[in-house]
Each structure stands twice: as structure tokens, then as C-alpha cells.
Design a protein around this ligand. Sequence first.
Ligand code: HEM
Ligand code: HEM
Length: 470
Amino acid sequence: MAEDTSYEWKPVKGFALSGLFWGAVSVLIGLIISIQLWKPELNIAPFLTYGKLRAVHVNGLAFGFAVAEIFALSYYMVQRLTRVPLLFPKLAMVQLYIFNAAIVAAAVSLLAGMTQSKEYAELEWPLDIGVVILWVMFAVNIFGTIIKRKEEQMYISLWYLIATVIAVAVLYVVNNLAIPVGLFKSYSIFAGVNDANIEWWYGHNAVGFVFTTPILAMFYYFLPKSTGMPIYSHRLSIIAFWSLVFAYLWTGAHHLVYTPLPDWIQTVGIAFTMFMIAPSWGSVVNGYYTLAPDWSQMKTNYLAKFFILGITFYGLQTIQGPTQGLRVVSQLIHYTDWVPGHVHMGTMGWVAMTVGASMYYVIPKVYNTEIYSVKLANTHFWFVLIGQLIFSITMWILGIQQGAMWKAISPDDGSLSYTFMESVVNNYPYWKMRTVGGLLFFVGLCMFAYNIVMTVLRAKKIPAPAGQGR
Ligand code: HEM
Ligand code: HEM
């Protein structure tokens, strides 16, 4: 098929490679902080302590990696699904430059200790304004292109992108409302338990609308594209979409179980949390049924492996998540290492696998070539899978032990059976094991980065054979 030159791939390329860079740096920092926990001597300078680097790791992956890839892959999908070029390509390029400058400024400010002290909303107010400007630029291009579309039908991925754009805008603005007291310091306009409620309404939906809806948009678009199998049920995908966006925004209170937040708000949050299993599994089942006519692709097509394992981890995540919301489970695992186990099954399993596979598909398309090495991509798959499993399973075992140790009481006098320090000492072997898992994941990520860079570098030398165009 001849190359279609009317599409605008420069922003796609720019954001995809920027995200890859920030992702690799942030995962490396994740590896370092995982070591700092069992080797505290590694806290070598005030700006390189665990507390500072942890925030850089989390923000680097949420904003530097995930948001950059969301921009890249959304700009790819929106053009293909509407059959019109991006409406404002120059704006997207300006957005790319501001984005990279903002990530550098964010990292420096966090290392310097400037923070609003709210998880996923650490950035101080001048950077928040930058984030809002970037998001408006993104929204203008996405909505503008959809409005000008030549393809009448709105494929499900477009609905997920629209939800992402709107929800992130509302969540980010409301949770970051603050009164500045200087260039680098501000105070939230909410206080006490209201602040916590708003923060977790935002925090949970940061997971929902950064680590879930745009990733589902990718899944629904790139799974059929890379396997040649049409999505099993468009109707199911639409029903799952509307029920997911309806329920997601009410669940945040499950992060505040057994806190001073009024009981009834917790219960409403928990009820919606339970409901979330249905729409989540609507997508999981749709994914499985899509590949069902030809499961042999799990052997022959490396992209199918990434997508199906990705959606499997999403499925596991969306059973584990609602379970964690229940009071009886929360009272055991909350504040323990179980939660980072949950987090990293979602991020390293679902997000990294789905985004990685989408990039394996897109990069050769936009550079009009083929992937550099399928063998290396297959090896990457096993490294991230095994690394992630070691990470998550180790943390789940540790989390249950921690919870049990904190709650254990002597039957004689009701005193605590273990001091807190004893529970910390018990963490060490598990934390070391997590580093081993993280190392495997990081090695896999390096293979991925090398494969992508080599694909880009050789694109100019070896053009794609006939039939490999976009
Ligand atoms: C039906 C879907 C899901 C539900 C109901 C859910 C539920 C929960 C609950 C109840 C917690 C709090 C655990 C605690 O601190 O006691 C939590 C934490 C978390 N979940 Fe999920 N989860 C879901 C899916 C996901 C997915 C797909 C991801 C993607 C990566 C994810 C990422 C996270 C993160 C990052 C946290 C940690 C938040 C923090 O404390 O900073 N979750 N989840
Ligand atoms: C080599 C791979 C990785 C390692 C070693 C690693 C390590 C860590 C560590 C040690 C923490 C702090 C846990 C704690 O609070 O006790 C953490 C938190 C976190 N990481 Fe990673 N990480 C890795 C990959 C990733 C990836 C790929 C993502 C996202 C795409 C990610 C997202 C997060 C998030 C959202 C948190 C905050 C979790 C929470 O608040 O409970 N990490 N990571």
C-alpha cells in the first residue's frame, strides 16, 4: 500500500520517543529506590533520598512516560480513526517542546523538595498551570480532528479518548485548586477530610483516566490492527465504556476506608467499587473473544502475546482492586506493601505491556519500515512478564505478613506481639527480591528501547517492502 503522506506523524514520533526516554529514566529511578529501601546507605545526598526520588519515579512514569505515550498514540489513533490529518500539527509540535521542558522542570522541582504533598499532585502551582496549558493543546487537537472527521462512525477508542480528555481536565483542575503564597509554595483550598476526599477522588481517577481509559483506547484499536481480527463486539465495548465512566468517578473513597471520612461516603465508594468489576471485565472478555477464532497467534504473533497478557493483568487488577476496597480486606492490606504489588501489576503488566505493544505497532508504521528484531521483542516480553510477576507476588506475600504482624496480639495481655521495627526487618528479603524482579523488568525495557531506536535508525536506510506501509 502506498504511503499516505497527508497524515501528521511528527508529533507522534516526538512524543513516542520522548516517552520512551522518560520511561527508561524513571524505571531506573524505581530500581534505585527499591534498593534504597534495603540498603539505606544509598541515600547519598539530600536531594537523592528515597523520599525525593520516589516522587520523581511516580511522576516520571505517570506524566513523563504514560502521558507522553497517550499523546503519541492518541495522535496516531485519532488520525486513522477519523481519516483526516491532525487539525493543528504545529500546535502539537509546540506542545511537544513545552512538554519536555515541563518534565525537566518537574523533576528538578521535586528533587528540590517543592511539593504540594498530595500523591500524583505533587507539582507546585506554576507547573500545574503548565500541565493545564498542555492539556488544553491536546484537547483542541483531539476534539478539532474528531469534529472534522470523514469517518462517520465513532469507533470505541475515540470514546475512550474523549473521556480521558474531559475527565483528566476536571480532576486535575479541581484537585489542584490552591492559594499560592510564593512562587514555589501554595496551600490547597480544601482542608482536612474534605482535602483527603478530593485528593482520592482525583488520585483514584488519575489511575482511571491515565492508566485505564487511554490504555483501553489503545487496546481496542491496536489489538484488531495487529492481529487482523475485528473486535468481537462493538456493542459490548460501548456498554462497557458507558458503565465504566459512570462508575469510576464515585469510587475514590475506597482509599479512605477506616479514616475520619463519613462512613456513608466510604460505603458509597465501596459499592461503586464492586460494580467496577462488570465494565472492566466487559473489555477483558471482548479482548479474549476477539482472539478466540485464532488462538495460535499467541505463539506466532508477539503483539498478540503482549496485548492478551496485558488485558489479563487488567482483568486480574480489576478483581483485586474491588476486593481491596472491601473493609474486611482493606483493614489487612492498607498501608502495607500489598498495595505497591497491586500498583505494579497494573503499571508493569497492563500499562507497560499494552503501551509497549502499541509502540511496536506504531513506530514501524510512522517510520515506514519494519520492526528491527522480532526475536528481541519476544525476549523483551518474557523479561517484563517474569520481572513483573516476581515484583507483584513478592509484595503480596509481604503485604499479608506485614498486616498480620501489625495486628497480632498476645492472648495473655492483649499487647502487640511484634514491634514495628520487627516488621521492618522482616521486609528485607522481600524488598531484595523485588529489586531482582525490577532488574529483570529494566533489562527487558532496555531491549525494547534498543529495538525501537534501531528501528528508527535503520528506517531511512531500508524502506518497508510492498504491503508494509501504514
Ligand atoms: C476496577 C478497577 C480497580 C479498582 C476498584 C481498584 C481499587 C484500588 C484500591 C481499593 C486501592 C487502595 C488500596 C489501599 O491503599 O488500601 C488501589 C490502589 C491503587 N491502584 Fe487500583 N484498582 C483498580 C484498578 C487499577 C488499575 C487498572 C491500575 C493501573 C495501574 C491501578 C493502580 C492503582 C494504584 C497506582 C494504586 C495506589 C494508589 C496510592 O495509594 O497511591 N488500579 N486500587
Ligand atoms: C523496574 C521497575 C520498577 C521498580 C523497581 C519500581 C519500584 C517502585 C517502588 C520501590 C515504589 C515505592 C513503593 C512504596 O511506596 O513502598 C514504587 C511506586 C510506584 N511506582 Fe514503581 N517501579 C517500577 C516500575 C514502575 C512502572 C513501569 C510504573 C508505571 C508505569 C510505576 C509506577 C509506580 C507508581 C504509580 C507508584 C506509587 C505507588 C503507590 O503510591 O502505592 N513503577 N515503584
